[in-house]
Ligand binder design. Sequence first.
Ligand SMILES: Cc1cc2nc3c(=O)[nH]c(=O)nc-3n(C[C@H](O)[C@H](O)[C@H](O)COP(=O)(O)OP(=O)(O)OC[C@H]3O[C@@H](n4cnc5c(N)ncnc54)[C@H](O)[C@@H]3O)c2cc1C
Length: 362
Amino acid sequence: MDELGAEMYSVHHADLVCSLYKLATNAGAQINFGSRVISVDNETATVTLGSGKTLKADLIVGADGHQSIVRAGLEPTRKEKLDINYTTYLFTIPASRFKDDQEIPRLLGDARWYMWMGFGWGMSMFGIRNNTVLSCTLFMNEEDVDVSVDWKSQVPVKDLGTEKLGLTPIKADSATRVKVDRENVPEYWYDSSGHVIVVGEAAHASLVGTVHSAALGIEDAAVLGRLLSKLKSKHEIKRFLSAFHEIRHPRSERLSASEQQKVDFITLPAGALSEARDESMRLQMNEGQGDWSASEDSFLTRSWEEFRDAFGYDAFDEADTWWVEWGVLFDRINGSDNSVEDDIFSGQITVERERHACTPSI
Ligand SMILES: Cc1cc2nc3c(=O)[nH]c(=O)nc-3n(C[C@H](O)[C@H](O)[C@H](O)COP(=O)(O)OP(=O)(O)OC[C@H]3O[C@@H](n4cnc5c(N)ncnc54)[C@H](O)[C@@H]3O)c2cc1C
C-alpha cells in the first residue's frame, strides 16, 4: 500500500457514518432524519416524502442503498441475478478479551489483514479503533440457504457452529448476518432527462464484507462531486452524469467480479479444488512467494497490476483526467465562454478532500 501511495483505512461502520455526518454538516448540508422518500418524479425532479411534502431539485442523487427507490424509476433495467452462494457474518470483539491469548495481540500489532480459509468458509480479521477492537468477517458457503437478510439481522455467535469448522470458540456475542440478492441492475445510472442519478449500492451491488464494499460508494461521491464542481450551466448536468457513469461503471463491475472471485476462492467446499488451492498456497509459501523480495518477476508483475488497479485508484484524479480529456474539449466545441450561470452554485456545499478524525463511541 505504501508503494502504491494508496490510502487504506479499516474503519468501524459506525465511525465511518459519524465521520461522513460531521463532514457533511460542517460543510452546511442539511440532514432530515425520518424523512422517507415514497416516490420520485424523474421528469419534474421532484420527490415526495412520507409526510406528503414534496421537494424539487436540479438533480436528485439516489444514494439510497441496495433497495433503492430511486433506482426503481430508472429505465431500462437489465435483469441480473447475482450468483451469491455465501452468507456473510460480521462481528467485532473487544481486544481486551484476548489479553491472555498468545497469538491475537501479536497479530493485531502488525497492522495487517489476516485470513483463514477452510472448506466452505473463510474468515478475515483486522484491528480497528487503534487495535482495541477486532473486526471479523466470516464468509460461509450456504448455497442452500435461500434467504435475503440485511444489516438488521443479528444471530448469536454461539449458534454459528464455528467449532464444527475447526475454529476455537469465538469470543463474540452476536454477529450481523447478511445475504443480499439483487435482481434489477439499471443499464444506465442516470435518467434520460438528466434529473436523476444513483450512486453507491443503489447503482452497483457490492459484495457484503469485501474490501471495497463501502469504498466504492465513497469513490462515487468523490468522482460525482469533482465532476459537478466543473458545471457552468444546468444544461450541462446530463453530460456530467454520463461522464460519471462512464468513469465508475467499469470500475465497479471489475472490482465486483474480482471480489466475487476471491470470496469463491476462500469459501471453496471440501474437494479437489480446495485441496489444489491449499497445495498451491503451500507451494507459494515454500517458494518464498509470501516474501516479495524472493518472488519471481512474473508473479510480482501479476500481483502488482492487480493491486495497482484495485488500490492505486485515485477517484479525484479519474474525474480530473476525464475533464482534461473530454470536458475541456466539449467546452471548446460548444464555444463556451467560461462564464458560470448566476445561480448554479447557490446553496451548494463543498466537501474538500480532507482527513477527518472522529471520536469513536462504542
Ligand atoms: C446499517 C448498516 C450497517 C452496515 N455495516 C457494515 C459493516 O459492518 N461492514 C461492512 O463491510 N459494511 C457494512 N455496511 C454496508 C456497506 O458499508 C455498504 O457497502 C455501504 O453502506 C453502502 O453505502 P450506500 O450509501 O450506498 O448505502 P447505505 O449505507 O445502505 O445507505 C442508504 C441510505 O439511504 C436511506 N434510504 C433508503 N431508502 C430510503 C428512502 N426511500 N427514503 C429516504 N432514505 C432512504 C437508508 O436509510 C440509508 O441511510 C452496512 C450498511 C448498513 C446500511
